[in-house]
Design a protein around this ligand. Sequence first.
Ligand code: UDP
Ligand code: MG
Length: 332
Amino acid sequence: MQLVSDKLSQPKDILLSVIVPVYNEEQVLPIFHHRLDQVLSALPNERLEVIYVNDGSSDDSWEVMLSLSSCCAALECINLSRNFGKEAAMTAGIDHCKGQAVMLLDADLQDPPELIPDMLAAWQQGFDVVNMKRTARHGESWFKKCSAGIYYKLLDHLADVPVQKNVGDFRLISRRVIDEIKQLSEKNRYMKGILSWPGYKQTTIEFDRPAREAGKTKWSFPQLVGLALSGITAFSVKPLRLSVWAGVIISLAAFLLAFWVLIKTALLGEVVQGYPSLMLVQLLLGGVQLIAIGVCGEYIGRIYTEVKGRPCYLVMEIEHKVRIVKEQKKHA
Ligand code: UDP
Ligand code: MG
């Protein structure tokens, strides 16, 4: 492939690694593989690898994965010892990939493999990270679209690293950025932040995100909230500062109220009225204190998991499948 040769230092280098986290995708995996293979076989290069990471699926995804083959790419099937979550599955792929350009794709075809040539072209122009921005999100509920909008706004204000709106994990990352990411030792991984953190030369390509080809989303609402919180606490300490500010403002308000009550009693002779107002202040203060303690708890929880230093995934087995070389007819 013309795109490639000047970027490679050794002839045996793998050009492109495609990483696909898989959790209970037995229905869609063969369709995905077929479409990916068609796109890859149109690339005039043989140094391609596809890394499927089975994230402890409880269906037959692993067996389906093992039955796949390709004549244009080497396949690596990684079987994690249980379900560790998408972030860990992607980390496993990143740790094992060898490509000069690395792509992360969901298995449900919401990240269309047909966009791979455009992403490679952007990489060839010298970009280290090619972000894929969703202009439309088909097949997602009104609630998910709204909450995603609010969340990205919040993250934009809070996070110390610019995390692009509506850019998921679907992106191309150059080898030097992958090497930087591999240096990060954090176990509690929020990939959207981690992938944005190194910076380098970035570009964005917009695309319409289609609905899932088959099966259903693996994220429940509490899991999405957990991921959102993890994103904020992993890349910002602003919530801690906000709770300090909330404390200062509420104390100031309480001080002014006390002053007002004193004046009313001393000068106007009015006795303080008020079970309802007392209750209100009590509840407000209680609520704010609990939120502030919860915010501290989130950070302490993160410190706790990091201090334990457990690996973020365990690999049970790895199957390598070499590219199937089509037999050439020999002409006498
Ligand atoms: N996934 C995973 N482990 C999990 C959950 C999901 O590897 O614990 C994979 C899943 O198989 C898919 C990708 O992550 O390839 C995205 O998952 P999903 O489509 O459920 O997320 P959504 O698109 O709804 O955000
Ligand atoms: Mg999906």
